[in-house]
Write a protein that binds this ligand. Structure first.
Ligand SMILES: C[S@@+](CC[C@H](N)C(=O)[O-])C[C@H]1O[C@@H](n2cnc3c(N)ncnc32)[C@H](O)[C@@H]1O
Length: 256
């Protein structure tokens, strides 16, 4: 029997390693009787957390966060900002990023040039034939509203799990009056892709293999799955398109 492997998200691992660093530092202080300034103690704590995180194999941006976290905490406490400021900032970040610590898919937006490139990947305009396009993780709804305006013969659906981006995209669609466009608040994993002609996603490397399998199982033959920036190692796409935007985005296209 295989041993059960529990894989924590990097944010939880980082937090546990901060705790480990604090415990180690408190033990060192107790055993040696050493007294340093709070900032020096926090700096050492950051150094321990950095070393632990390096050994644990966390990505390099986590190393910087781990090093600076405890000193930043001490400096912020010394500045005596009102606690409501931190609560407010926390709530806003929570509403924007929601379950990013678990999904590892934060909010960032496709460029206008990506929107235009997708435009050319939609089915040709024929009188009376429509198509359904879905944006999995639709963010602020930019992809949907752009396509809905240039190709009103399609139906556009967005699914978004983070409350604030969902609300902004819902409002955007309402205010612009698009009748062929809607967003739903929920998880992309609960969407049935069998009715969609084009599935678009701009997520992160983490869910791509699982998403490709979902698309491959649910989508009908002849339909298209497009991923912005993130490909799937085991399943090379039939088409790729380099977009001339700031990020040099690549669109990967699988024909189902
Ligand atoms: C990189 S943004 C892309 C936004 C938009 N599609 C675009 O191209 O501009 C990814 C979005 O996916 C959302 N997301 C991540 N995991 C999700 C899930 N399981 N279900 C629904 N939305 C999700 C995030 O909240 C974020 O808004």
């Amino acid at each position: 029997m295989q041993p059960m492997q529990i894989k924590f998200p990097p944010s939880i691992v980082a937090l546990l390693l901060q705790f480990a660093a604090i415990v180690l530092l408190l033990l060192t202080v107790k055993v040696t009787g050493w007294h340093g300034s709070p900032l020096l103690i926090a700096a050492l704590c950051g150094l321990f957390a950095l070393i632990f995180s390096f050994i644990a194999g966390l990505a390099k941006w986590w190393l910087a966060i781990q090093l600076l976290f405890a000193p930043a905490l001490v400096l912020m406490l010394a500045a005596e900002f009102p606690p409501s400021l931190f609560l407010g900032a926390f709530l806003i970040l929570l509403l924007v990023y929601w379950s990013t610590f678990r999904t590892q898919v934060p909010l960032y937006l496709s460029s206008n040039k990506v929107w235009q490139a997708i435009e050319h990947m939609l089915p040709g305009e024929k009188a009376g034939t429509g198509f359904t396009f879905i944006d999995l993780g639709s963010g602020l709804g930019g992809v949907l509203t752009h396509l809905a305006s240039v190709r009103p013969d399609g139906q556009y659906i967005g699914v978004e799990s983070a409350p604030l981006p969902f609300f902004c995209s819902w409002l955007r669609i309402r205010l612009l009056g698009y009748r062929n466009c809607r967003v739903q608040w929920g998880s992309l994993w609960d969407c049935d892709l069998s009715e969609c002609d084009i599935v678009f996603a701009y997520l992160s490397p983490v869910p791509m293999e699982k998403l490709w399998n979902k698309a491959h199982t649910e989508m009908r033959p002849g339909t298209k799955f497009i991923s912005n920036t993130f490909d799937v190692l085991e399943h090379p796409p039939q088409e790729t398109l380099q977009v001339d935007d700031m990020h040099r985005s690549t669109l990967y296209v699988w024909l189902m």
